[in-house]
Design a protein around this ligand. Structure first.
Ligand code: HEC
Length: 180
């Protein structure tokens, strides 16, 4: 396990998922665990979803090109809404008083750049389906690692719409380019 971890850990982060805010998305079909587009035209309402699909189906599906990434279509306004939840926990100021939000600022544990801190995993720039899946599993108590309880108060009051906004923002954070 540690040999494999060292191998993967030595790889530099590269941008993988391009985030696009939009009202309309291409029609898709599900194949395996992927959404594949039926046409490139954006004709279907996004309706609060995130649609994550390969930039180039042939490169991803047939050739397994590790340099051909994904595009994530996200609802208009979700990146900004997610940024507020992620950076402040959703805090607001009412009549000069600070009112805590429904979650906790993520940088405290995941690092100011959300690239991870000590044992806490990095989340910036990662696949939005993966991020939502993990937050949902943590909320449902299905992910039960030794440090999972630290995430419980974070996800306890979040709705599906909050998960979408948070994932849209966190995925849009491009990891730093590899050092040459
Ligand atoms: C109190 C510390 C703490 C805060 C605050 C926190 N996290 Fe976490 N987070 C963790 C820990 C610890 C883990 C690893 C949990 C485990 O091992 O199951 C984790 C795991 C995750 C994962 C799964 C990552 C993976 O690699 O599988 C996601 C996604 C995540 N956090 C998102 C967030 C978001 C979004 C926020 C802010 C809204 C946030 N976290 C705030 C401590 C925190």
């Amino acid at each position: 396990m540690s040999t494999a971890a060292e191998y993967f850990g030595a790889m530099q982060w590269t941008p993988w998922t391009r985030v696009v805010e939009t009202d309309l998305v291409p029609k898709t079909r599900i194949e395996g665990n992927l959404f594949l587009t039926l046409s490139s035209a954006r004709t279907e309402p996004i309706a609060g979803r995130i649609i994550e699909t390969p930039e180039d189906q042939e490169q991803s599906e047939v050739l397994r090109n590790p340099r051909s990434g994904f595009v994530a279509y996200v609802p208009v306004g979700s990146i900004k809404r997610g940024e507020h939840l992620v950076t402040t926990g959703g805090m607001s100021v009412v009549e000069g008083k600070i009112v805590p939000g429904k979650t906790v600022a993520c940088g405290t544990c995941h690092g100011p750049d959300l690239m991870g801190l000590a044992d806490v995993p990095g989340i910036a720039g990662r696949s939005p389906s993966y991020l939502v899946r993990q937050m949902y599993d943590l909320q449902q108590g299905k992910r039960r690692g030794a440090s999972s309880p630290l995430m419980q108060p974070v996800v306890a009051n979040l709705t599906g719409e909050d998960f979408v906004a948070i994932a849209a923002y966190v995925t849009s954070l491009a990891p730093p380019l590899p050092a040459k």
